[in-house]
Design a protein around this ligand. Sequence first.
Ligand code: NAD
Ligand code: MG
Length: 385
Amino acid sequence: MEMIRRVTVLGATGSVGASTLDLIGRDPERFPIEALTAGSNVQRLIELALRHRPRFVAIAEEKHFETLKEALAGTGIAFGAGEAAVIEAADRPAGWVMAAIVGAVGLQPTFAAIRRGALVALANKEALVCAGSVMTAEAKRRGAKLLPVDSEHNAIFQVFEDGRRESVEKLVLTASGGPFRTWTAERMAMATPAEAVKHPTWSMGAKISVDSATLMNKGLEVIEAHHLFAIPEDRIEVVIHPQSVLHSLVAYRDGSVLGQLGTPDMRVPISYALAWPERIETPAARLDLAKVGQLTFEMPDPIRFPALDLARRALQIGGAAPTILNAANEVAVYGFLNGRLGFLDIARVVESTLGSVAAPAPASIDEVRAIDAEVRARAGARLAA
Ligand code: NAD
Ligand code: MG
C-alpha cells in the first residue's frame, strides 16, 4: 500500500508550483489537495482550482475576491483573498506543504506550515535566508521537517549521510553560471531584463532567473545550505558547471565524494520531496551521459559576479546581515526588472545597503519581518533618489 499524502501548494501559479501540480496531477488519489494559493494571477488560480479540485484556494491580492467568488460558485471549493487567506491556506491540515512563493513575502505562510509540524518542501529559499535559525529552530521545536527542493540542496539531501555528519568535509554547490557566464563586464552593464531572464539550462520565474545571472542565487544557496545542513560557510564551496547535470556534492573525510545527477528538470527534486522517503516515477528526460559528452567545471569569477561573495560576507557578519542582504537584493532585482537599475547596479545596491544598515540577529519572525520591511523602505528610497 502506498501512503496517501494530503498536500497544499503555496505559489501554485508559479514555475515550481506548475511542476509540483504536474506531478500531483499524475496521481491525484495518492496526493489529494487541501489548498492552492497565488499572488495575483487569479485566472490561472481559477483554472488550477477547476482542474485539481482543492478544498480551498487563496489569492494574496484582495481585489480578486469577487472574481474568485463568481468563478467558484457551485463548485464547493472554499476561497479567500488577502494575505491572511494565504496564511489560512498554509494552516489548513495538509501533511505536506510546498513552499513555492517567491521572496521574503513567503515567510509567514511557510512559517504557518512549520508551526503545525508539517513536512515542508522548501523552494522559497528567501524565507530561509531571511529567517535563518529562527526558522530551523521552530521546525525542530514543532517536529516539522524541511525537505529541500532547490535542486542543489535536494541533491545534497539525497547523498548526505545524516548519522555521519562528523564525516562530512565539505559541501560543493554547482552553478550553471547563468546567461552572462562568458560576458565581459562592459557587456553585462548593458544587459536587459529580457537577456537576464533567459536562463541557459533551467526554466524559472523572473526573480530567480535574475539572481542566477548575478550569481546572487548561488550566494542565497550557500546561506540556505548552511541552515539546512548545519555546515559552516567556509566548508561550502561553489563550482560553475554549465551543463547543469551534476546537481551538487558532499565530500567525506575518506576522500569519497557523492553527488546526484540528472537532466535539469525541477520535477525530479520536487518528486523526491513529494514522496519522501519513497521515490516515484517522473516524466523527466533520462540522463544520457554519452549524449551530454562533457561535464565541465570552473571557478566563479568574483570580479564580474560580486554577489556571491556579498552573500558569504553576510553569513560571516551574521546577526541580521542575511535578512538585510535578501531584502536589498529583492528591491534591486525588481528595480532592474522595472528598468530603473542597470544589471551591475544590483550588487552595488546590495553592497551599500549591507554596509549601511546594522541590526542585531532577529529572535522571532516578527523581528525578521520588521528588519525586512525597514530595509525595503530604505533601499527603495535610495532607488527613487
Ligand atoms: P514564480 O515567479 O514562477 O512563482 C512565484 C509564485 O509566488 C507564484 O505562484 C506567485 O503567485 C506567488 N506569489 C508572488 N507574490 C506573492 C505574494 N505577495 N503573496 C503570495 N504569493 C505570491 O517563481 P518560481 O520560479 O516558481 O520560484 C518560487 C520559489 O522557488 C523562489 O523562492 C525560487 O527561488 C525557488 N526556486 C525556484 C526554482 C525554479 O526552477 N523555478 C528552482 C529552485 C528554487
Ligand atoms: Mg538552485
